[in-house]
Design a protein around this ligand. Structure first.
Ligand code: CP
Length: 298
């Protein structure tokens, strides 16, 4: 594996092996401390709390050094180019790059310029592969399996890297995906060919997982809906909708959440919510991914 750019094309056996490896780090990070060494550089040109900090914590647990590049506080503000930034960070001794960027090919460019393994932490309108692995691990822990689970992904699929990652990998693991939302949220040309629905209420009783996506106001999600109140009324997860689920069904969201829009606070913090388990699993998943990437360093 040369870093992790995409989950598309990964076999079921490869994905399961990666999840097993991640599971081996759950609650046992101390025994892996000091194992990998090297330097991990996180390069974030867009905001992040969970992804960035969990990669950095994972690197620390592996005994790696962390360099943390924060675009707004860097020489990017003095017009330093993306290429020169990557060349500079490579010269400082980066072994593995973790990158989030608005450019779709930012991860490939970083790999080409640096010659180092690169982990995609969310680029352009592509995948967010470590979020997908985190969510798959969380589901496997809860249900004991992924095969046959029915998951409704609700919201702005067209703008979502998380949804793209899930579409790339979860069906391979046996998950049945349904996309739910208003029609403008689905891409005009659908490359996925999975089931779609505009009526959340009619789906609730059949689903094992309601996976809510954030309304990405900064990427124009709001243009696809008549009003935030109208969206919350039709697609927001609230207590009434919670009562329409099977007793075993759970709620997930990659975060950050818009309380009162795609999810009510009482649902997010309720006993059906796996949101904070997803966050916690971000660390062992990123330990697994970084451990493999650091293993490739020259
Ligand atoms: N889920 C996710 O990517 O969250 P952050 O933007 O906080 O990293």
């Amino acid at each position: 594996m040369s870093g992790l750019l995409t989950l598309r094309g990964a076999s079921r056996a490869e994905l399961e092996e990666l999840l097993d490896f991640a599971q081996s780090f759950v609650g046992g990070s101390v025994i892996h401390r000091g194992g990998a060494g090297g330097t991990v550089t996180t390069v974030f040109f867009e905001p992040s709390t969970r992804t960035r900090l969990s990669f950095e914590k994972a690197a620390h647990h592996l005994g790696a050094h962390v360099m943390s590049f924060d675009a707004p506080k860097s020489s990017t503000a003095k017009d330093e180019s993306f290429r020169d930034t990557i060349l500079t960070l490579t010269a400082m001794g980066t072994d593995v790059f973790v990158i989030r960027h608005w450019l779709a090919d930012a991860a490939e460019l970083t790999a080409a310029w640096s010659g180092r393994p690169v982990v995609n932490a969310g680029v352009g309108k592509r995948e967010h592969p470590t979020q997908t692995l985190t969510d798959a691990l969380t589901l496997r822990q809860r249900f004991g399996h992924l095969d046959g689970l029915r998951v409704a992904i609700v919201g702005d699929v067209g703008n979502s890297r998380v949804a793209r990652g899930h579409l790339a990998a979860l069906p391979t693991l046996g998950v049945e995906l349904t996309l739910v939302g208003p029609t403008p949220f689905f891409p005009a040309v659908d490359p996925w060919g999975v089931r779609k629905s505009t009526d959340l209420d009619s789906e609730l009783g059949d689903m094992d997982v309601i996976y809510l996506l954030r309304i990405q106001k900064e990427r124009g999600s709001s243009a696809g809906i008549p009003s935030e109140r109208g969206y919350a009324r039709r697609y927001g997860m609230n207590e009434e909708r919670l009562s329409m689920l099977k007793p075993t069904s759970v709620i997930m969201h990659p975060g950050p959440i818009n309380r009162g829009l795609e999810i009510d606070g009482v649902v997010a913090e309720g006993e059906r919510s796996l949101i904070l388990e997803q966050v916690a699993n971000g660390v062992p998943v990123r330990m697994a991914v970084l451990s493999l990437a650091l293993g490739e360093r020259r």
